[in-house]
Design a binder for this molecule. Structure first.
Ligand code: CO
Ligand code: CO
Length: 357
């Protein structure tokens, strides 16, 4: 095969990154048919659609177990490896855990150059090392579409993990990365992004949620999840449903990656957005003041998105200071309410004291 025949990484996949995730409705229909694993030591299982499972080993130690892998989001193999690893590690951080041992999960087409494979794996290795964890092995299968990610075991104290099902009425919500990754990945696939936009997008996706997690653990929070395939509103909905609360999300307070609003206005929307919207819509009251592009971005599937942290108002100033100390950009994007008619109220915040209900 000549060099010209070697396709770009993103051209080898039908959809990119988290947009490739199977729709939440299909997943829910299948999972509800299967038996639910119950065990005294299983502190978090499949019931609450949490980011990772938690298994208690003894009174001081619980294991955090998760895996993730997906198709290329960018053409640079090293960056793809970094992004896929950062995304996988994020589910451990979302539980307040520390990743310890990682294994590669990979699918590569036979014609993929060895150098490309090496660079993907090197990107993953470097992120695992940056996370302070160990890469100890893996498994690779032949596949037409390249895919890469990690299976991870982490540690957490059995009483200190953060579920997505423990947000409390009165909490505020902090988001630790800007959204718009799905829109920008779609624009990238269409060849619309300039070098600066690509560089910024890669940097955001490849950033570990480690610092955000460290700040969160230091200050203390009630609940956490990371924003990935179901989009900000989809994951907020899982948090609200699991926690039996309702949530105000303020569209005009959400940090958005530069350029994403313009591309969303142009209608450059990944297919996953519509699946996410269709699934979550009936539980979300969208105020008519929210601009259309912000509605789309609310459901935009993120690849390696930030943490959505729910914490008591009293800890808000400490958390902001800790995040700033750790160099994490964030937005205070919502608040938790008593359970109400809708799970999510998506609206603009015009004043500090305004409430949806
Ligand atoms: Co997650
Ligand atoms: Co995951």
């Amino acid at each position: 095969m000549t060099k010209e025949q070697i396709k770009k990484l993103t051209d080898m996949s039908r959809t990119s990154g988290w947009a490739a995730k199977i729709g939440p409705d299909i997943l829910a229909q299948v999972l509800c048919k299967l038996p639910k694993t119950k065990h005294d030591n299983l502190l978090v299982g499949i019931d609450t659609a949490d980011d990772a499972a938690i298994y208690k080993v003894n009174d001081d130690l619980a294991l955090v177990e998760t895996l993730d892998f997906f198709t290329p989001v960018v053409d640079d193999p090293y960056s793809f490896g970094q992004i896929a690893a950062a995304n996988s590690l994020s589910d451990v951080y979302a539980m307040g855990g520390e990743p310890v041992i990682c294994m590669n999960i990979a699918c590569f087409p036979k014609e993929l150059p060895k150098k490309t494979i090496e660079n993907i794996l090197r990107g993953g290795y470097d992120k695992v090392t940056e996370a302070g964890a160990l890469l100890v092995g893996g498994h690779t299968v032949d596949d037409k579409e390249p895919k890469y990610g990690l299976s991870i075991t982490g540690y957490v104290h059995p009483e200190k993990y953060l579920s997505n099902a423990s947000a409390k009425a009165g909490d505020i919500l902090i988001l630790t990365k800007p959204i718009g990754v799905g829109v920008l990945n779609t624009a990238l696939k269409g060849g619309l992004l300039n070098d600066k936009e690509i560089k910024n997008l890669i940097e955001i996706m490849a950033t570990l949620n480690k610092n955000a997690k460290d700040a969160m653990v230091k200050v203390g929070a009630n609940s956490c999840t990371d924003i990935t395939g179901f989009g900000l509103l989809g994951h907020a909905l899982e948090m609200a449903a699991g926690s039996k609360v309702s949530i105000n999300i303020f569209a005009n307070k959400i940090p958005v990656i530069d350029g994403a609003i313009d591309y969303a206005k142009m209608g450059i929307i990944p297919e996953g957005t519509y699946n996410n919207k269709k699934y979550a819509e009936k539980n979300i009251l969208i105020d008519e003041s929210v601009e259309r592009e912000m509605v789309d971005l609310g459901f935009d599937p993120q690849t390696s998105g930030g943490l959505l942290i729910s914490l008591s108002k009293e800890n808000a100033d400490d958390m902001k200071a800790a995040l700033e100390n750790f160099g994490v950009k964030y937005g205070v994007i919502g608040e938790v309410l008593e359970e109400a008619e809708y799970k999510i109220y998506y609206k603009n915040q015009w004043g500090d004291y305004e409430r949806a209900i």
